[in-house]
Design a protein around this ligand. Sequence first.
Ligand SMILES: [Zn+2]
Ligand SMILES: [Zn+2]
Length: 261
Amino acid sequence: MASPLFDSHMHTPLCGHATGTPREYAQAALDAGLDGVCFTDHAPMPAWYDAPWRMRLDQLDEYVQEVRAVQEAFRGRLDVRLGLEADFHPGTERFVADLLARYDWDYVIGSVHYLGAWGFDNPEFVAEYDWRALPDLYRDYYALVEGAARSGLFDSIGHLDLPKKFGHRDPDGVYALHALDVIADAGLSLDFNTAGWRKPVAEAYPAPDLTRLAAERGIPFVLGSDAHAPAEVGFRFGEALKQIQDVNGRVVTYQGRVRHG
Ligand SMILES: [Zn+2]
Ligand SMILES: [Zn+2]
């Protein structure tokens, strides 16, 4: 039997930059023939960090209640799970740990979106790339990814090679390779994130060669569209499965923070 197909990276309007109700995301998943979804909206962070792009701490309960309501409404038709996309940013680990202890999460993605104060995946700040040497940028980025993997806070690493989003590809790959070793040692999975196919780089995260190197290290993949609108749910999952299967990779899901598949 083929393993059940889940979209395990989806947002809700609570983050301030997504459209459509959680029910509409679930319905879109059902219409796309998926077996389940895991909502992973941007987790609250300390007030000084990236506030416009995430729910506030006092909205966390509302988020959990909304996902629980969708879970009830779709019971027996679609398996709806509760997750978060949390950020790894040195100094915020205790805040995140406290948040994760408050509810029974199914799955927590750890993502790096900032190098220092620079939100490097924000199109508004793309000019900053001109000031940076790409080898140094990727060295610093993957050092943070390794910190995320070692933190013990997360089940997977979000969109592994994110700095390529606008076309600034990693010139050597040595830091990525080391990060994959750390991720494998820590027993984490990778968010196989199809949003990259909607961005200028026109490539999923991770890239095909990183997908192969991850699979060789036994790192499994969690499929996610990173949908910020219902129409994006399950985005190009056929191609995603092919890229993973081409390298004998394994697709998994999480429930109660336990890996299945
Ligand atoms: Zn987002
Ligand atoms: Zn992200």
